[in-house]
Design a protein around this ligand. Structure first.
Ligand code: ATP
Ligand code: TZE
Ligand code: MG
Length: 278
């Protein structure tokens, strides 16, 4: 990665304050809005089918998170996604729970097939289920394991690159080690804290933050996603370092937002653990 690419990606978010439309789950929606504010973007949540085309039009990008999908919100996701696709706005798809139910797997696959999705952000089991469930991607060789570790990192990166090649999207697979890939290049990101798995919504927040980074960095989506993923991970590390005494996941959630709010481009460049794999 070019020197200062990560720093520039974050600085571009803070300098342009992108307006991000999110159709996301009702578990973590407030955290998602606050994470976008913390990183310097502006959130708007709207899933009503009669409302979403207007909202998608005034925003710069769209997050589609199927965490608490229902018939009406699915309709809203397609309507918003079609408008965002027409306008060339980046769409980030978070296939929450793909593989856990038929409706989730099918909906995530249909969204991917019918919309111009720029980024797929999920954990390995979700992304594998999505790769298996989408008409465009059925047959992609999948990584054998559900959690990325040093031993299976090369296989995970090969899977991510193949899936990116099939879909044309940047693929961000998160966990203890994150993989961010397009068809040509893959990065491993080793920032983060295990405590991020002890709150709900670290992934949902990250997906919305990814949308802000994609909007603010047109033409540089892969590096922007590496910056978003490293930035969220670094915020998790800073939040972990603030934990003391009686602190639990309630405090960690607050510290994570504070760390995102205080993250600047220089700190990101200095603390990011991003390795190019291929
Ligand atoms: N064990 C871990 N060690 C370091 N970082 C982690 C760990 N688990 C998750 N993270 C970080 O947490 C963030 C969210 O990733 P995760 O894979 O947990 O998303 P997710 O499964 O979609 O979460 P959720 O559905 O709860 O929102 C990423 O930045 C990731 O790097
Ligand atoms: C817990 C939970 N259930 C549906 S969405 C969600 C938030 C984490 O993805
Ligand atoms: Mg998730």
């Amino acid at each position: 990665m070019e020197p200062f690419a990560l720093q520039r990606a974050l600085d571009n978010v803070r300098a342009t304050a992108p307006l991000v439309h999110n159709i996301t789950n009702y578990v973590t929606v407030n955290d998602c809005a606050n994470a976008l504010l913390a990183i310097g973007a502006s959130p708007i949540m709207s899933d009503e089918p009669a409302d979403v085309e207007d909202i998608a039009s005034i925003c710069g990008g769209l997050t589609l998170n199927i965490g608490t999908l229902n018939e009406r919100s699915i309709q809203g996701m397609f309507a918003a996604g079609e408008r965002a696709s027409e306008l060339g706005h980046p769409i980030v798809l978070d296939p929450v729970g793909a593989g856990a139910s038929v409706l989730r797997t099918r909906t995530a696959g249909d969204l991917l097939d019918k919309l111009a999705v720029s980024v797929i952000r999920g954990n390995m089991s979700e992304v594998k289920a999505l790769a298996g469930g989408s008409a465009a991607t059925r047959g992609v060789d999948v990584c054998p394991d559900d959690a990325v570790c040093e031993d299976n990192l090369a296989a995970g990166a090969a899977f991510a690159r193949a899936f990116a090649a099939k879909t044309g999207a940047v693929v961000a697979i998160t966990g203890a080690i994150d993989i961010v890939a397009d068809a040509e290049r893959a990065y491993a990101v080793r920032n983060g804290s295990p405590l991020m798995g002890r709150i709900t919504g670290a992934g949902c927040m990250l997906s919305c933050v990814c949308t802000a980074f994609a909007v603010a960095n047109p033409g540089a989506t892969l590096d922007a996603m590496a910056a978003a993923v490293a930035g969220m991970g670094l915020a998790g590390q800073v939040a972990q370092n603030r934990m003391s005494g009686y602190d639990g996941n309630g405090s960690f959630r607050t510290y994570l937002l504070d760390a995102l709010y205080n993250l600047d481009g220089a700190a990101l460049e200095a603390g990011a653990k991003v390795e190019q794999l291929a």
